[in-house]
Design a protein around this ligand. Structure first.
Ligand code: NAD
Length: 294
């Protein structure tokens, strides 16, 4: 069945850019957000803003969800009078939120019983990737549902591989973000050492980025947001903390010992006074801070 109207639930830093990208790619886009103030920016991007989520859930051929937490996704998707009651067509929910595989599998099974489908489709690439349609997406779910959602996935991403069954996308996203959380800590520490020893972070980073210590943090985040001190990547420290917690929860549930990652998790939690949840997550690599356990 053709997808003409896409509903976007959550028009925040990521959802708004995705919705605008879908408009540019010729889809009719309807969107909703609990924060009605997001309506004006959505309308300016060509999205029809509808405050009532049920109308979006019932009026779209496919749904893109971009919400902070797994429980937000579950509440919206299973709300009374919404998707579970719909019988007119099969709707594929593309959940781009960073979520946990257990919630995803439970939701996917519930939607399948109602004749719908849920793909876990977490993303990497930040608000600019969302706005430009160049995200990397990692998809978990049935192959057939992946094929159904393909036109929407292709519009939003530079790549969107099918990783495996339901929850597989979440697993790889949590693995990825656990690495990013650690790299932010280690890159900040390494740059602090360089400055303390007499070589500027700029000069050190330029060499590291042609050598073996580099990562996306040193190659992209450091020059874009940390060295100039702008710290405006559009991803909050609170959401990064959530991702680290989800990864460490998954480690606990699978009985996997991750001693260094557990310490990274503690560093993120203990930095709360200096880097509150509302701050940009790239502040964790701020090498200029010297006090305490950065
Ligand atoms: P955000 O806080 O900017 O946006 C979330 C939006 O959802 C807000 O506008 C909020 O008002 C809305 N919302 C919350 N509960 C709602 C509900 N019940 N119904 C409707 N709207 C609701 O967050 P974001 O940075 O856009 O992140 C969204 C998701 O994408 C998160 O799971 C995050 O971890 C993930 N993510 C973010 C980035 C990034 O760079 N920002 C990158 C990759 C993944």
């Amino acid at each position: 069945m053709d997808i003409q109207t896409v509903g976007v639930v959550g028009l925040g830093n990521m959802g708004l850019g995705m919705a605008a990208t879908l408009v540019r790619n010729g889809f009719r886009v309807i969107g909703t957000d609990v924060n009605a103030a997001r309506g004006a920016a959505a309308e300016a991007a060509g999205v029809r803003f509808i405050p009532a989520p049920a109308e979006v859930l019932c009026g779209a051929d496919a749904l893109v969800v971009s919400l902070p937490l797994a429980r937000d996704v579950e509440a919206v998707v299973t709300a009374e009078g919404g998707l579970l009651a719909r019988r007119d067509r099969k709707v594929v929910v593309i959940d781009t939120s960073t979520s946990d595989p257990q919630t995803t599998r439970r939701l996917a099974a519930r939607l399948a019983k109602a004749g719908h489908a849920l793909l876990d489709a977490p993303v990497s690439g930040g608000p600019s990737g969302a706005a430009e349609g160049t995200l990397t997406m990692m998809i978990g779910g049935d192959e057939a549902d992946y094929a159904l959602a393909r036109p929407v996935l292709q519009a939003m991403s530079a790549r969107a591989p099918h990783v495996g069954p339901s929850g597989a996308g979440n697993i790889v996203k949590l693995v990825n973000n656990l690495l990013v959380a650690a790299h932010l800590v280690t890159t900040g520490e390494a740059m602090r050492l360089s400055e303390a020893a007499g070589l500027s972070a700029e000069d050190a980073a330029a060499i590291v980025n042609t050598a073996t210590g580099r990562s996306a943090v040193s190659e992209v985040m450091l020059p874009r947001w940390v060295l100039p001190g702008t710290f405006d990547s559009g991803f909050s420290a609170g959401l990064m903390r959530k991702d680290v917690r989800l990864a460490l929860d998954l480690a606990a549930k699978t009985g996997t010992a991750l001693p260094l990652s557990a310490h990274v998790g503690r560093i993120w939690e203990e930095a709360r006074a200096r880097i509150p949840d509302t701050a940009d997550f790239t502040r964790m690599a701020d090498y200029r801070i010297t006090e305490g356990d950065a």
